[in-house]
Design a protein around this ligand. Structure first.
Ligand code: F0G
Length: 471
């Protein structure tokens, strides 16, 4: 099957059914020019004729020397057929892993064999962002962009920087809040040569500024308001299904920050159902950090719902006014999701409706304990990623997730992204613990693996090993 692509089958469309305006994929928009809503990349599936069976994608495994078949994003090109193959940008993203974890499952409360971790830390820049970045870069290449920008809590910027450094297609300009980005991520942006602009403010401020600057200077914006980013991130779910022998799990649990992933996952499942590849969609759980819980607040306490597109956003507007009035800023150890104004809010609400979703918030303590359990199970992750596991645990305890159900928690970023949080959790240095975690209300490191301090003497070392490494 050839990928019928581009303007003949793909277009941009406002997600609001009240507006529904359409635009060519040759245009660059990060919001609907008519009503300012979010845009989707939409397809004429009758013309693009996606495969009728998943085995089509599996066959591509025999063509791994073809970069488009090797990429974990572009292997599924037929499900995001907006790009001509010769324009596709790939640096080998999406070689990720779905692993059963019985140790994390025991922590979460599911039965053996039921808890899966989708480990997106294996991407070239160490987070799921590369899935979306390869798609955004492909679009940027299609329209001939020369500069790309993003605001970031660290992973988008690392991803943008890698794609610019490897492909040399564009110059990277990244906006970060001051003191709000972990060193692991900042080091990537600096090392890969991105122009790094640290503004006096947080992520929400950086996001507002980068939107203004990009539109004034005609710079290509690669935050997840860019609908092409979402197309790439859909493929995480194709790979989940692929790893499950094309069976749909019961639950997808994902951390919520700017809400791009949850939006992308909902779109992936809706489209797969629409074209007949699956006959049911999984339930979706979006997990906020309690210190950055806009979605949770709006969904649980202010009744915000998609309502088949008839969403009334006034509760969100009032909430944002309150945040401004009270000068309330997002604040969580899970710095990747330290976001109060999620740009994909409405798309996420749509995904929640389509996937019978739930929203939860988890505390700093819950995040860090879950992260330690993930690490002890061998697939380390950064704090934000562990929110998914902490959220799943909460949902099992509530009886919302049944212990027998098949659950996929998405681990969005690699363990090495944020060593400070990890070291502070496991440290024997009380003042380090207090500085980094105690100040955030974390009272204990329930699963700490503390270093043993010994003198520089063989006997003492052997004694320590005998004592602590029994068996
Ligand atoms: N997990 C990690 C590791 C992230 O970096 C992010 C977002 C999220 C979860 C939240 O994902 O926005 O799709 O809900 N990081 C962005 C950044 C904001 O700038 O790197 P989302």
């Amino acid at each position: 099957m050839s990928v019928a692509s581009r303007t003949d089958v793909a277009f941009q469309q406002c997600i609001s059914p009240r507006c529904g305006a359409t635009f060519s994929i040759d245009e660059v928009h990060t919001s609907c020019p008519v009503c300012s809503g979010l845009l989707d990349i939409a397809y004429d599936w009758d013309r693009s004729r996606p495969p009728s069976s998943f085995h089509f994608f599996e066959k591509k495994w025999t063509r791994r020397s073809d970069p488009l078949a090797f990429s974990g994003v572009w292997r599924f090109h037929e499900m995001l057929p907006f790009a001509p193959p010769e324009k596709v940008v790939t640096i080998g993203e999406g070689q990720t892993l779905l692993a059963v974890s019985d140790s994390v499952g025991a922590f979460v409360g599911t039965r053996p064999g039921r808890l899966h971790l989708q480990y997106e830390g294996l991407n070239p820049s160490g987070s799921f962002k590369d899935n979306g970045m390869s798609a955004a870069f492909t679009h940027a290449r299609m329209i001939g962009a020369k500069r790309a920008a993003c605001a970031s809590t660290g992973n988008t910027s690392a991803s943008l920087a890698v794609y610019c450094a490897v492909t040399r297609l564009m110059r990277a300009i990244i906006f970060i809040g001051s003191g709000k980005i972990s060193y692991g991520k900042l080091s990537q942006a600096l090392d890969y040569g991105a122009l790094t602009i640290q503004i006096a403010g947080d992520f929400d401020d950086a996001m507002a500024r980068v939107k203004e600057v990009s539109s004034r200077l005609g710079i290509y914006l690669v935050n997840s308001v860019n609908p092409f980013r979402i197309e790439g991130q859909k493929t995480i779910m194709y790979r989940v299904l692929e790893s499950l022998g094309w069976e749909v799990p019961d639950w997808i649990v994902v951390p919520g920050g700017n809400l791009g992933n949850s939006s992308a996952f909902g779109k992936a499942f809706s489209e797969m159902k629409h074209v007949g590849l699956i006959d049911r969609v999984p339930r979706l759980a979006v997990i906020n950090a309690a210190g950055a819980n806009t979605l949770y607040e709006l969904y649980h306490h202010r009744g915000l719902r998609w309502q088949k597109g008839q969403v009334d956003l006034s509760p969100a507007c009032h909430y944002y006014d309150e945040l401004d009035r009270d000068k309330k800023k997002a604040n969580t150890i899970a710095s990747a999701i330290e976001i109060n104004r999620p740009v994909n809010l409405t798309k996420c609400l749509r995904a929640l409706e389509e996937c019978d979703g739930v929203v939860r918030e988890v505390s700093e303590q819950e995040i860090l304990d879950a992260k330690a359990q993930v690490g002890a199970g061998g697939l380390g992750c950064e704090p934000a990623s562990a929110a998914s596991v902490a959220g799943a645990k909460q949902l099992v305890a509530e009886g919302v997730i049944d212990r027998d159900e098949r659950v996929v928690c998405v681990l969005t970023g690699h363990q090495l992204k944020d060593p400070t949080a990890t070291v502070a959790y496991h440290t024997t240095d009380q003042s380090l613990f207090n500085d980094v975690l105690g100040s955030r209300g974390v009272s204990r490191a329930s699963f700490a693996n503390r270093a043993i301090t010994v003198g520089n003497r063989i006997e003492e070392i052997i004694q320590a090993i005998d004592l602590y490494a029994l068996g």
